[in-house]
Structure formats: structure tokens, C-alpha cells
Design a protein around this ligand. Structure first.
Ligand code: PLP
Length: 396
């Protein structure tokens, strides 16, 4: 049997047509398959590899931590330097009310922890989320997923969850003194990069404050410079009560976090004590890797050139230098190094994606926008790589 056949037989499958890309190596913005063929990575592990694959500082930090210790104790008992230092670095780069970090293994676990914390703080049970939002696949996170197609087969799910329309002012009337928290993506990722109207998201913040509801912003995709600022919420002049992080947080290692004021977070220490427990959350190797990635992001000033790269990529797609904008492209939405190229249908998009892969560009579509091609490469993508990727997309 080939490795591909073993993969299909023994690695649990979640799709009838997996990409089955046979990866041999990843470096910076490039992936190599087992034949040694090179690909420009426009997926970035789905907004994970913001500082590039295998950034040398990340590899060095992992190797250093391997020599000290791996897992030693369940979360929150030992003073583990990688956790402590990363929590300090994160909170130094956040508004003062976001000063206590709970590290998890994944984004979905951060969502779960935040929902529990909101219920515990407010003594309320209603959770509000938005249509076309994706927050993870565990049962709590699935309960707030914004599409009945994915939820339905797994019912019963969490009770008292309400889904509202994103960007609609009338939706906000549904937030009341019964609502524990509103969970929103700062920018809707899997909907195909849908930005909130500034006035709407500010009104959402205000309504939450007025009703004593916690505002939870999911920045699992928007975090770590993807949008051209360190955090997505900085564009909209608001601060959440709880911030959710994941993906790029671990620099390529599995790590999630929910971050709140210590006054809120301390609710987990009593009634019941050990209100939220994890064995591996905040694993020292993952924290060491994540911290090295965040330092590289800041020290190497990667975020400062995101806007410039976005403008280059977008202008090529919208105003191709050789003229004759492809009539197949219906729209290009972007927010930093994060773009959705919209086609008339999934079928067209799929043909473009397949042709891109054949020609050396790795891309895919969005969960709730299957007609949109995803561009979310490492922020370190070079101008030359952008131009090459554009040529391949247009040819496709
Ligand atoms: N929230 C958002 C916006 C996501 O895109 C994802 C994953 O794609 C999650 C939460 C869940 O993260 P994880 O897959 O690490 O559980």
C-alpha cells in the first residue's frame, strides 16, 4: 500500500475528497511534496503559520525547551516559565483589562472555557452567537456554530443558544439581561472574510455593557497581525471582556487561550474550586514556540508591511497589469494578508483551486463561502511570491 492508501484507510477521514497532499517539508511560505515539488502556501495551515513555517527562532525555542522539561503537571499548579513569560508577553500587548491568560490546547477549548466563565460570572445561561460563524467542533462550540446544516445531526446541543444576523442593528435588541455572553468573530472568517461595520460592532459593545453581558471576541483567525494590526479589535476601537486566541498563538504548535480580567478569571478558583481543568493546556513546548513566534512577529516588524502586501496582491487581482480582469472573479474581499476571491460557484472555485495546486499554489475555500478562494499565507510572503501566486491564480 502507498502512504496515501494507508492515510485513506487508517487515518480517520472527515471528507469524502480529502486533499491528500503528501507533505515532505515546510519552510517559510513554501511547502514541498514527497516528489520535491515546491508550492507557495496560501493557506498557512488556516491562519496558523503567520511568521512562516519553521521560523528559526521557533525551532530554537522548541529545542531549548526539549532540554528542560516536557509535560510535568496539570494546568495551573507549577510555575512553568514558558507559560508565565508568554502570558506576560501577551498581556503586555493587550489592553489592561485583558490581563489574565488561561491557556488551552485548541481554539475550541478556549471557546468552551469562555462560555463556562461567562455563565459563572453572570449567573445567566443564554449564549448569543451569529449566523455563519465558526468557533470549533466540540459540542459547546458546535452549539454556537452559525449554520444548522453542521449542527443538526449532533443534537441535542447546548440549550438556550440564540443565533443572530451579523452586522444587523436590529439583532442587538435580542441581547438582554438574560444573556450571559455574546460570542462574535471580530471579522467573520469562514463566511468569506466579512467585516463588521464599525458602528455596528461598537453598538454591540455598548449593548453588552448596558445589559451586563460579556462580549467575547473570537480572534482565533484575526489575531497575530493577520489583519494588519496585532489584534483585529484594534481596528474598531473596542475591547472585549474575553478574548479568544488559537491558531497562530502556538507558532505552529497546538495552543489556544482565553484572556480576561483577573477579577473575572478568579471565578474558576471557587465554588467549585478547579472550575476549569486541563492536563496539557499551556504545554511548555507549545508556549515556548508561541512566545518565540510572537517575539519574531514583533521584532521583525512583520505586521508593518501587511497593508503594503495586501494592496499589491489585491491590485494585481483586481487590476491585472496585463489588463483584462478575469470576468470569472466576481469580487475580492480583503483585510490584511487575508483575502477571499469570489467566483460564481463552488464548481468554478474548485476548478481554479485544483489548477492552482497543479501549478504550485496551495489554496482552498471557506466553510460557509465555498465559492471563495482562500488567501491567508504567512505574513512573511515576499513580493516575488505574491506576483508568482497571482500569475498562477489568473492562469488557473
Ligand atoms: N474560531 C475560529 C474563528 C476558527 O477559525 C476556528 C478553527 O478554524 C476555531 C475557533 C476552532 O479552533 P480549533 O480548530 O483549534 O479548535
Amino acid at each position: 500500500m502507498t502512504q496515501r492508501e494507508v492515510f485513506l484507510r487508517h487515518v480517520a477521514q472527515t471528507s469524502p475528497v480529502p486533499m491528500a497532499f503528501e507533505i515532505a517539508k515546510a519552510e517559510g511560505c513554501l511547502l514541498y511534496d514527497v516528489q520535491g515539488k515546491e508550492y507557495i502556501d496560501l493557506i498557512g495551515g488556516i491562519s496558523v503559520a503567520n511568521v512562516g513555517h519553521r521560523h528559526p527562532k521557533v525551532i530554537e525555542a522548541i529545542q531549548k525547551q526539549l532540554d528542560a522539561y516536557l509535560h510535568v503537571m496539570v494546568y495551573g499548579e507549577f510555575v512553568e516559565i514558558p507559560q508565565v513569560q508568554y502570558a506576560e508577553l501577551l498581556t503586555d500587548n493587550l489592553p489592561s483589562s485583558l490581563n489574565s491568560v488561561y491557556f488551552t490546547n485548541s481554539g475550541a477549548e478556549a471557546v468552551e472555557g469562555a462560555m463556562k466563565l461567562a455563565k459563572r460570572i453572570t449567573n445567566r445561561t443564554q449564549i448569543i452567537a451569529f449566523n455563519k460563524s465558526y468557533h470549533g467542533s466540540t459540542q459547546g462550540a458546535l452549539s454556537i456554530m452559525g449554520d444548522e446544516y453542521w449542527r443538526n445531526a449532533f443534537r441535542p446541543l447546548l440549550p438556550n443558544v440564540l443565533h443572530l444576523e451579523y452586522n444587523l442593528f436590529e439583532s442587538l435588541n435580542e441581547i438582554t439581561e438574560q444573556t450571559a455572553c455574546v460570542i462574535a468573530e471580530t471579522v467573520q472568517a469562514e463566511a468569506g472574510i466579512i467585516l463588521p461595520a464599525q458602528k455596528w460592532i461598537q453598538a454591540l459593545r455598548k449593548k453588552c455593557t448596558e445589559t451586563g453581558t460579556l462580549l467575547v471576541l473570537d480572534e482565533i483567525q484575526t489575531g497575530f497581525g493577520r489583519t494588519g494590526k496585532l489584534w483585529g479589535f484594534e481596528h474598531f476601537d473596542i475591547v472585549p471582556d474575553i478574548l479568544l486566541l488559537g491558531k497562530a498563538l502556538g507558532g505552529g504548535m497546538p495552543l489556544g487561550a482565553f484572556i480576561a480580567d483577573k477579577k473575572l478569571m478568579d471565578a474558576f478558583t471557587e465554588n467549585p474550586v478547579l472550575g476549569h481543568i486541563t492536563t496539557f493546556g499551556g504545554h511548555p513546548v507549545c508556549c515556548a514556540a508561541g512566545m518565540a513566534a510572537m517575539k519574531a512577529l514583533l521584532d521583525e516588524k512583520m505586521i508593518e508591511v501587511v497593508k503594503q502586501k495586501e494592496e499589491l496582491f489585491k491590485s494585481l487581482l483586481v487590476y491585472p497589469p496585463k489588463g483584462g480582469h478575469s470576468p470569472k472573479i466576481q469580487a475580492v474581499r480583503s483585510f490584511g494578508m487575508w483575502m477571499a476571491v469570489e467566483f460564481d460557484s463552488f464548481e468554478t472555485n474548485k476548478k481554479v483551486i485544483d489548477a492552482c495546486i497543479v501549478n504550485g499554489v496551495l489554496t482552498d475555500w471557506f466553510l460557509f463561502a465555498p465559492n471563495c478562494l482562500r488567501i491567508s499565507p504567512p505574513l512573511t510572503i515576499t513580493e516575488e511570491q505574491i506576483r508568482k501566486a497571482y500569475e498562477i491564480i489568473i492562469k488557473a
